[in-house]
Design a protein around this ligand. Sequence first.
Ligand code: SF4
Length: 346
Amino acid sequence: MNTMSDNNVPTLQARNVTKEFAVSGSSLRRGHIAAVDQVSLSLYAKPPQIISLVGESGSGKTTFSRILLGLTGPTTGEVLYRGTNILALNKQQFREYRLNVQPVFQDPYGIYNPFYRIERVLELVIHNFKLAKTKSQAIDMVDEALRAVDLRPNDVIGRYPHQLSGGERQRVMLARLYLLKPRIIIADEPVSMIDVAVRTLFLNILLDFRDKLGISCLFITHNLSTAYYLGGQIMVLCFGRVVETGSIDQVVHNPSHPYTQQLLTSVPSIDPENRWSTRSNLESVERPVTHEANKCVYVTRCPYAMPICSQQRPPDFATGEGQYAACFLHDRNVEKPEAAVEAGFK
Ligand code: SF4
């Protein structure tokens, strides 16, 4: 999606990544579901960037993030770290990839050992990566990392994970990343379990990391408001397929895919401190199985569906500067229904 780097090789790249799962059930539904369907993405560390991957529950976001992190393999397609397939990295390259591509999960509670005080997470990073020469330097580094994520060391040090709020635990995870300074953070729904009051604070830390530490971020969310707050680029995911990409400003103010338009109607206001209901008309729809792959993924719900939408998979059409939508409404050779023309699709 983005463009520039020191040598134009993305730090992390997904190329046509597909992940299928077998489906049991009636013969009509038996087959394979494409949880992720030919998704491509390029993340550059220079200049640092933020890309939001936005989709509803079940859209394949988490599966895709796990593939990028090397926690599960794609069925087809590949993930490259600095131009090399992550399955072909040598030991040193793999260590570098693991260090430079770091996750932040929705609920970090499972990552903490409940029997250790919270600062151990930070001390381990300092110890394992030999970041400090002396004990007092290590203590200073823990203090600095906590302050960098707006935590007061005295409020946190000496406490156990269950004694912190979800927002505090997430920020300690960011403090860990402050010490590690990876090139890319893959944050999967990191604010969905955080109090609304500290959500903006968390997002500001990610922006600070980009601006002050040069860390890029793939921000995975169901919440369009938080993506808008972060700015940068957006990819809209619908049933495992990317249906629209572009700058968040363009996509929010001029959505060019019917699914994105419909998502935006469920946003009360673009404000990360507001709750946004993600319930759309897709919630009760079964995902397409692979033998239905040659059609638009949104065809059963689209108000403008045309015959071609059930016969071919729509390619990406340019709809603005750097903006693309996988929708035949942008194909000049296709006659549009009146309702679509009235809605502005020409
Ligand atoms: Fe609707 Fe067809 Fe566009 Fe899909 S390709 S979003 S069904 S108009």
